[in-house]
Structure formats: structure tokens, C-alpha cells
Design a protein around this ligand. Structure first.
Ligand code: UP5
Ligand code: MG
Length: 204
């Protein structure tokens, strides 16, 4: 993808930090196309005829990172599909080609591959809060989410993988000066206002 035409914002942060929630808000503000790598993997896992269903299920339950080829293909296909859509909705012109990529890249190999083969990102929004807070949110969400990884055992594994594999990605992009860190401990609306301000500046 031509990164003159396509603007990619990565959205990172620990499990339950509020990535999905904040992306939904930013879609309303700026007309982004929101692609959650986790949602795409869960959809692929449940797609009839998918050859990767069992593999994805196993990785997600263990909190491990699915082999990057699968995730990158899903993201690329979703980006292509979005760009191929006819755009008739009013106001769409503004949002065209703006992507929020949520929960990706969460391992260095994915980051390097995506930068090289798909598109360079404009910036990284990094939502951070304590493990205690994330655990509390996820256990609450577990009552209704139906997610196979919303149980304490899987959540602990997700925390470990996040620290060991995703933090280095954030450090990598920090060195490139691309990371905006947002304290996600505050209320959803307060976090939203901060994120909105940052994006508004970058798009201005
Ligand atoms: N909530 C949100 N913000 C709040 C706030 N400020 N105050 C109080 N409550 C708040 O939020 C979680 C819950 O907290 C919700 O109930 C919300 O209302 C509340 P949410 O917005 O859903 O948080 P999010 O950060 O999106 O949490 P999620 O669980 O989706 O994060 P993960 O990163 O763990 O999950 P993801 O779907 O990205 O990945 C799942 C798995 O897929 C990974 O573990 C991995 O196995 C696999 N995966 C890959 O293999 N490769 C990839 O590239 C991506 C994923
Ligand atoms: Mg999410």
C-alpha cells in the first residue's frame, strides 16, 4: 500500500487496556476503518472451511501469538476490501484510507514484516494501565464476552506474552519517535478525549 494514500495507526496496550473500546470512539470522530487483529483471527477461527481454525483456537487460548503470516494476510485482505468499497456516504472522503490497526503488531517479527511488505505506520497509540486494572476489566467482561481467553489462567498467560513479546515492539517504535502513550486508567471518556486530541494533531 502506498502510505501517501493509506494512513495506518497502530493501537497497542495490554490485554483489557481498552484498545477496542477506544477504537470504536475514534471511528466516530475520524471515520477510521477499525481492524482488530484479534477479531479477524476469531472470525477466521469460526469461518467454515478455514484450514487454520484449530490452530488459531489453540494459540488464542494459550495467549500465544499466531504465526504472523496468517494475521498479516487477514489484515491485508481486510485493508484491500475496505479500499475497494464504493464510497458514497457523506463525509467518507475524509476518512478514506485511514486505518486503526488494533492489537497488532504484538511481536517484533510482525512489526518488521508489516513495515516492509504492507505499509509503514504513521504512529502508535499506546494505552497503558496496571495489570490489576486490566485483570479486573477482563474478569468483568468475561461474564458476557464469550471469549475463550477471558479466564484467569489465559489472562495471566496473555500478560506474560505481552511483557515479553509486545513491550519490545513498543520500545522499537519509541526509538523511531512514533509512540504516543496514553494513561488508560481514567474513565473511558477521559481516555477518549486524550486520544482524540493526539490524533487530531497528527491529522491536522
Ligand atoms: N474498559 C475499557 N476501558 C475502560 C476504562 N477506561 N475504564 C473502565 N473499564 C474500561 O476493554 C476491556 C474491558 O474493559 C471492556 O469490558 C471495556 O468495557 C472495559 P477492551 O476495549 O475490550 O480492551 P482491549 O484492550 O481491546 O482488550 P482485549 O482483550 O481485546 O485485548 P487483547 O490484546 O488481549 O486481545 P486481542 O483480541 O487483541 O488478542 C487476542 C489474542 O489473539 C491474543 O492473545 C493472541 O493470542 C491473538 N493475536 C495474535 O496471535 N496476533 C495478533 O496480531 C493479535 C492477536
Ligand atoms: Mg480488543
Amino acid at each position: 500500500f502506498d502510505h501517501e494514500k493509506v494512513k495506518v495507526f497502530f493501537v497497542l496496550g495490554g490485554p483489557g487496556a481498552g484498545k477496542g473500546t477506544q477504537c470504536a470512539n475514534l471511528v466516530q470522530d475520524f471515520g477510521f476503518c477499525h481492524l482488530s487483529a484479534g477479531d479477524l483471527l476469531r472470525a477466521e477461527q469460526n469461518r467454515e472451511g478455514s484450514e487454520y481454525g484449530d490452530l488459531i483456537r489453540k494459540y488464542i487460548r494459550e495467549g500465544q501469538i499466531v504465526p504472523m503470516e496468517i494475521t498479516i494476510k487477514l489484515l491485508e485482505n481486510a485493508m484491500r476490501a475496505e479500499l475497494a468499497k464504493p464510497h458514497t456516504t457523506e463525509g467518507w472522503e475524509d476518512g478514506r484510507g485511514r486505518f486503526l490497526i488494533d492489537g497488532f503488531p504484538r511481536k517484533m517479527d510482525q512489526a518488521l514484516k508489516f513495515d516492509e511488505d504492507v505499509c509503514l505506520s504513521t504512529m502508535v497509540l499506546f494505552f497503558t494501565t496496571t495489570e490489576e486494572e486490566m485483570l479486573k476489566r477482563l474478569l468483568e467482561r468475561a461474564k458476557t464476552s464469550g471469549r475463550e481467553d477471558d479466564n484467569e489462567e489465559s489472562i495471566r498467560k496473555r500478560f506474560r506474552v505481552y511483557k515479553e513479546q509486545t513491550m519490545p515492539v513498543i520500545e522499537h517504535y519509541s526509538k523511531e519517535g512514533k509512540v504516543a502513550t496514553i494513561d488508560a486508567t481514567a474513565t473511558i471518556e477521559e481516555v477518549h478525549q486524550k486520544a482524540k486530541e493526539i490524533i487530531a494533531k497528527v491529522l491536522a
